[in-house]
Design a protein around this ligand. Sequence first.
Ligand SMILES: [Ca+2]
Length: 305
Amino acid sequence: MTNPSVWLCAVLLGLLAGCAPKPVPPRFAVVTDPADAQVAGGRTIRFSCNRGLDREPVEYATKLDSDCPMKQVDGSGCLATYEVGQDCLGGKGVYTVTAKGKGGTTIVSKDFTLVRSLASHEVLPDRPDPLPGAWKLMDTFDGTVEKKTNLWQGFIGTWTFKSGSCQVEPGPEKTLKLSYKLPIGSSQCGFFEYLLGGEGKSEPVDVSGYTSLTFQLRSADERQHKVRLEVVQWDKLAEYNQGPVFTGKEALVAKPYWRRYEYKLSELPEGFNLKAIKSIGLSLDGKDGFGQDGAVLVDNLAFIQ
Ligand SMILES: [Ca+2]
């Protein structure tokens, strides 16, 4: 005769086996840093997998296809950081993750955009005085920072990313003082000026009639700081009309004396629509190095005819 407790155990075990969840293929999303999956030459893009509450062990294989040379700088499992070659002329890429778990295999791909960097800049003799008549001054920073509005009636603002912080205030001798803090390597921040329009209400401006863009820059202290020019395309359909961001190919080194930079508009990337520009700005990136905080001075942001 069967022992009733043995019989009960057998039934319970049978029930438990029946109720135990069947393993399912891994579920995850591939996320990027920067979050908009746009990266320019000389910059890095980081991929990772967001698995939510799914904690089943998974084996990853990853693959990267890209229109530009990209060098892997770190990574393991699903994680990977790639640096885009300096001379990237723009294009597309895709990062594919194959994750193998007990319940099967899942393949997820993430597309990203390679942004063609702005052309190299020229460094020219500093502060011309008087300013040449062919300059169409967008900002002289003479009373504009207080009003957060430049000479073209465009809003002046700041942005931050990953704990970075940037602040603008009137600098000495009618300049803009841009102070920054970048507590971690991936921190970024910057300042920008719309070409036209109040906060959140930018309007597209046609600059195709000009030949160059210029501004002056110096360190606000005795140290050097690295900044990059950023030009943003106006996009009718994008959120806040924020189109693609074009970043300077090389970081500019702000030294403790004035220098003037000039970018030729004809050398801006192919597909860059000079008839609809949203904003011009300067950004700071923890990855560029040179310390975690400081300040630079900016003056005479202008288009040249
Ligand atoms: Ca000034």
